[in-house]
Design a protein around this ligand. Sequence first.
Ligand code: ADP
Length: 404
Amino acid sequence: MRVLVVNAGSSSLKCQLIETDGKVSLMRCLAEKVGTPDAFMNVSFAPDFQKMRYNVAGLSVPECLEKLLDVMVDDPESPISGLEQIEAVGNRIVAGGEYFSKAALIDDAAWEKLKLCEDLAPLHNPPADACIAMMRQMMPETPQVAVFDTAFHTTMPPKSYLYPLSMEYYEKYRIRRYGAHGTSHRYAAQQAANLLGRPLRDLGLITCHLGNGGSITAVNHGKSIDTTMGFTPLEGLMMGTRSGSIDPAIITYIMRREGISFDEMDSILNRESGILGVSGLSADMRDVLEAADKGNERAELAIDMYVYRIQKAIGSYYAAMTRTDAVVMTAGIGENSAELRERIFDGLAHMGMILDKKRNDVTGQIGVNRVISIDDSPIRICVVTTDEEMRIARETDDLVSQMH
Ligand code: ADP
């Protein structure tokens, strides 16, 4: 089945056209800095994936997608010449609330529920919904599927997902932990089981998705039992621009002292904090590592704090599970930064997570799933390349195939 995977963020759009039968990618698209004057969109087609760059300054995320659909129909290199040749669309949705415990076909009823979830991920859900609304108009016959980041976490027990607030707020507003990055955690856990040559149901795993956003999940016998992201993707680890967990009283304190609005505070926590806020330089880990190398103290501090918070989260999930067989590293930082992995596991050897420095080296290893702990490390350490788009395409194919 030919599936267009759409992964819309607040200022980015990642898409792939995937032929699920052969698990091959036919088109890739990445738009970044959307909404700024520097916005651009790269589109490439199989087999060469020669990038063509489009100026998308001034366009919104759904408008970039509309432009991509035009390119896909018009470009002679494109494997399709009409939108009807896209058999299904798989949309990545960050928050599905308590409404969605698995991928869903977007009919009118699902659409109503989806709109109710927008508040749960205010940066991510609205642009994704806007893309779906646009495609439902442009290609009404094509099934639209939503694949939720939260779905994998619906197995968490109440002691993990409830907050110690009056139950009134859970009952009235469904305030609880939903988690995120579920597609990636599920995939990382399965790939780690394959690497270890053991069934997932027998394993206790701690999966670490460390990208621009970051979250860690305790996966017990294949099921998520706890995760660091919470009611929204703001809780938990320190991230590129998000603060992660802080004392909630800080929020009202700053608001009173600075006389700022809820929206301004929201923006401080989501867009101006984390690695960017502490380093004062960049949200991008590569920039911050480079600056720290050159002696920038704030960059070094940001990395130190980032690493420490990851170590504490891994330690707490070691305590939460009855056994831990492996820690799994994935996403931009988890997959590519040998330096950060070394810093993280340097502090965890006493828990039995012992890195092999040579295996940890990335030279020639980018994209290779592998074990990077020493042979007799009581707990293994794995690196897994996350392939979120392929997973979304598969889940979309499964759901749409069931309809026929
Ligand atoms: P997203 O959450 O947007 O999908 P990614 O998973 O692509 O993000 O991760 C992006 C992050 O990964 C950025 O902070 C980037 O600097 C970091 N990253 C990518 N490659 C490296 C590398 N070789 N070393 C350190 N950090 C890296």
